[in-house]
Design a binder for this molecule. Structure first.
Ligand code: NAP
Length: 378
């Protein structure tokens, strides 16, 4: 059997590097045909030398002096639609993932989707394009991979989806302690090793709000039937409740290589000795608790933006990206992140036609608005 050809967008990031770990251990099953990065051209050059793709892309506006002659530059959206790619892994962070996702779907590709901002901002467009072009989205986000695995063969019998959340590093903090959190503290996630933006989103719990919206679009589940519960060990990746009151959950050690590999190997599963195994005899403390909405208002703020729809989710994601950059640059405090997003959402006049152009316009507006709100605050 020929290996599956993979185009990996976001190869230098956390998900991208873990995807390459899997390819490295399973060269008979997977081959990289294209690699795309943002600005980390040093790592991209090393990856090109190791995996020998036919195509590369980066966003750094410099040439790659050590690139082999037979590896050609390809614009990101063309790479997302690459005819010879059997699977597109979309692991670009933030709203930069939207255009490549739409390009993949228009080309009828199978997309292993890690980037959540794209489906959050344009869920209706994404589902429409997938349907009319016979494209397919395979979730990579661990919670959605878990739900997807639990739903196999009985997706009609579901009453509720229960998303688990680690609660982040500040789950047990007081409001005063939260206000004093530094970027360094917020970047230290207790159970997952991830890129900076999603790590801060986990610390504010806005990430879980994005995941509720993502689950709504991926599984067609009404918002009121999606619940979030805190599970600090991150062993149970999510739970599905069926009509008869039974539950199914998917469990593993918290390691993103599990859901990445499953999206690559679907509909099969492959043995991988590199992945850490659960020791059931040591597993004596699976703990669940309520979300502290008083401390983490970003979760409800995000879900409400999802419920309101139109261009509100685009404003949510763009304001969040700007606010996180300001926080990481030391210009605002941790609890200001949610305040700025709330301000941008409150000031937004949504488009009644949330097509791609309206989403881009709302995104640009929200970036300006968030900076302006931060300026007034400072
Ligand atoms: N990490 C996780 O465990 C995890 C889990 C679930 C879902 N996700 C989602 O997966 C996505 C990626 O997360 P991550 O943690 O891997 O992020 P990350 O470590 O920050 O990596 C982001 C990747 O995107 C690239 N990139 C950024 N802007 C780009 C642009 N304009 N054009 C092309 N490439 C660009 C970066 O390139 P450079 O580094 O070269 O600039 C990097 O390769 C996010 O949407 C996140 O929410 C992540």
């Amino acid at each position: 059997m020929d290996p599956l050809n993979i185009a990996l967008l976001g190869s230098t990031g956390s998900i991208g590097r873990q995807t390459l770990d899997i390819v490295r251990t399973m060269p008979h099953y997977f081959k990289v045909v294209a690699l795309a990065a943002g600005v980390n051209t040093k790592l991209l050059t090393d990856q090109i030398a190791e995996f020998k793709p036919d195509y590369y892309y980066h966003d750094a506006k410099v040439s790659l002096p050590d690139k082999p002659a037979d590896c050609s530059y390809l614009p990101l959206e063309e790479m997302a639609a690459l005819p010879q790619a059997d699977r597109i892994v979309l692991a670009v962070s933030g709203m930069a993932g939207l255009k490549p996702l739409l390009a993949s779907l228009r080309a009828g590709k199978i997309v292993c989707l890690a980037n959540k901002e794209s489906i959050v901002t344009a869920g209706a467009i994404v589902n429409h394009l997938a349907e009319v072009n016979n494209a397919r989205i395979l979730p990579v986000d661990s919670e959605h991979s878990a739900i997807w695995q639990c739903l196999h063969a009985e997706s009609e019998q579901v009453s509720r989806i229960i998303l688990t959340a680690s609660g982040g590093p500040f789950r047990q903090c007081s409001a005063t302690e939260l206000a004093a959190v530094t970027p360094q503290q917020a970047l230290a996630h207790p159970s997952w090793s991830m890129g900076p933006k999603v790590t801060i989103d986990s610390a504010t719990m806005l990430n879980k709000g994005l995941e509720v919206i993502e689950a709504h679009w991926l599984f067609g589940m009404p918002f009121e039937n999606i619940k979030v519960i805190v599970h600090p060990q991150s062993i149970v990746h999510s739970i599905v409740e069926f009509l008869d009151g039974s539950f199914k959950a998917q469990l593993s050690v918290p390691d993103m290589r599990f859901p990445i590999q499953y999206a690559l190997s679907f509909p099969g599963r492959l043995p991988n000795r590199e992945l850490p195994q659960l020791d059931w005899e040591e597993l004596n403390n699976l703990h669940f608790e309520k979300v502290r909405h008083d401390l983490f208002p970003a979760l409800r703020l995000a879900v409400n933006a999802g419920i309101k729809g139109k261009t509100y989710p685009a404003v949510l994601c763009a304001a969040d990206e700007v606010a996180i950059s300001l926080f990481l640059a030391g210009k605002i405090g941790f609890t200001d992140i949610v305040g700025l997003i709330e301000g941008a959402l409150a000031n937004h006049s949504p488009s009644s036609e949330p097509d791609e152009a309206a989403i881009m316009t709302a995104e640009a507006w929200a970036r300006e608005e968030t900076l302006s709100l931060a300026g007034k605050k400072g």
